[in-house]
Design a protein around this ligand. Structure first.
Ligand code: ZN
Length: 421
């Protein structure tokens, strides 16, 4: 699958340091990648209703990590997927009377436009579910052969996930909560014939009116969601890779299951992603933004209304990625005002030296991608800059760094925060 075009990243002075992020499994700050390489997989969209603010906040969060890693001199491989065949997509296609392929293609294209507008660097490895089918079939055959999976009478194949060593450790939930979240988030705990209600669908045999592909010994059908991500991440990055990312609603069951599949496929309990990082949920009117509630704010609609995508990005960055927050008109208005202030501040002749601000942005990102702290440092610089020379100790016109400061600061914001003024 073709990703959106590369987003240029300007050169800036110096180099970032080691980045630490909050690992969901341990709850602790962990080094995101030891280097010299950094490999990350972030779960992509199911393309039937792209791109609401919750999606945007997740991809902007992990974009900060890619940028910080690159700034620290690491060689980054970022992989993602598009779940371009799955139940919700087929259901939406059926209700709207649109061919599912057209729906997937149009929403995938819209997502790419939104990501490019928001300045998100494209993934290096970008694979669709349909493209991954031959590799998934091979993986499911292997799991059947090793006893990690079993087949029901109708040909559906399930993974015995709860028997995989370490299952449940990522999310740390009790069984009752696991069952509730599994049912809520696309699972089928009540499916008759399963050995354990939590067992995950690997291969769904062909049903009338549903698309299906050649599954060799599995028969015709289509892949389950968790195995899709397990296979795409394994093949795209190698295992174990450094960071598995996504929204916090993916921790269970999706990441727990895909991690268990990776262990089943490799026979290695250390093959799971080293660190799991989860972004918070964006709400509207106090409720989580979701398709079922119909309270989505779409990036494309904001753009169509003439909202500057940089303001959308700044509105997202004003919140720590791990926190849950509400999208409001005031949040957007504050971001627009900030964007205007920063633009004015970098357009002057000279300004306070940018190096201390750059150092503070780097330090903030290194400590669990603390974008609000980075924004505060830029706000302080902008205030001094707009006040003019002589207004503060840091703003002395005889300092040789003053003349180039606005340029250095603008390039730093572009490179590290993805905000091109
Ligand atoms: Zn995934």
């Amino acid at each position: 699958m073709l990703a959106w075009p590369p987003v240029p990243v300007p050169q800036i002075p110096g180099r970032g340091s080691t980045i630490r992020v909050r690992d969901t499994a341990s709850g602790e700050l962990r080094v995101a990648a030891e280097g010299p390489t950094a490999r990350m997989y972030v779960c992509g969209i199911t393309p039937y209703d792209a791109t609401h603010l919750g999606h945007a906040a997740t991809y902007v969060a992990f974009d900060l990590l890619v940028r910080a890693w690159r700034d620290a001199g690491l060689e980054v491989t970022y992989a993602s997927n598009v779940t371009d065949v799955d139940d919700p997509l087929l259901e939406r296609a059926a209700t709207t009377g649109v061919d599912w392929r057209e729906l997937a293609a149009s929403q995938t294209a819209l997502f790419a436009e939104d990501m490019a507008a928001l300045g998100v660097l494209p993934p290096d490895v970008y694979v669709g579910a349909v493209e991954s089918i031959p590799a998934v079939v091979e993986a499911v055959e292997l799991m059947l052969a090793t006893g990690a999976a079993y087949r029901l009478d109708d040909g559906d194949v399930y993974a015995a996930v709860t028997l995989v060593p370490g299952f449940g450790r990522l999310s740390g939930l009790d069984r009752q909560t696991q069952l509730a979240q599994f049912a809520e988030r696309g699972g089928d705990p009540d499916r008759p014939g399963k050995r354990d209600p939590l067992d995950a669908l690997l291969w769904r045999s062909e049903r009338p009116g549903e698309p299906a592909w050649d599954g060799r010994s599995l028969g015709r059908g289509r892949p389950g969601w968790h195995i899709e991500c397990a296979v795409i991440s394994r093949d795209g990055l190698g295992v174990p890779f450094d960071v598995q990312g996504g929204g916090s609603d993916l921790a269970f069951p999706h990441h727990e299951m895909s991690g268990a599949h990776i262990v089943a496929l490799t026979g290695d309990v250390t093959a799971r992603p080293r660190v799991h990082v989860h972004a918070g949920m964006v709400g509207l009117g106090g409720e989580k933004m979701s398709k079922s509630l119909g309270n989505l704010v779409l990036v494309s609609e904001l753009r169509a209304r003439g909202v500057d995508p940089r303001a959308i990005r700044l509105a997202i960055l004003a919140h720590h990625y791990a926190s849950d927050w509400d999208w409001t008109d005031a949040v957007l208005a504050q971001a627009e005002a900030r964007l205007e202030r920063w633009r004015a501040a970098v357009s002057g002749n000279g300004g306070p030296p940018a190096e201390p601000v750059l150092a503070e942005i780097r330090a903030a990102l290194a400590e669990d991608l603390d974008a609000p702290r980075a924004l505060a440092a830029v706000d302080a610089w902008a205030e001094l800059s707009l006040a003019g020379p002589g207004a503060g100790e840091a703003w002395d016109v005889s300092d040789p760094r003053v003349e180039g400061a606005p340029g250095v600061l603008a390039r730093s914001l572009d490179a590290l925060l993805g905000v091109r003024l």
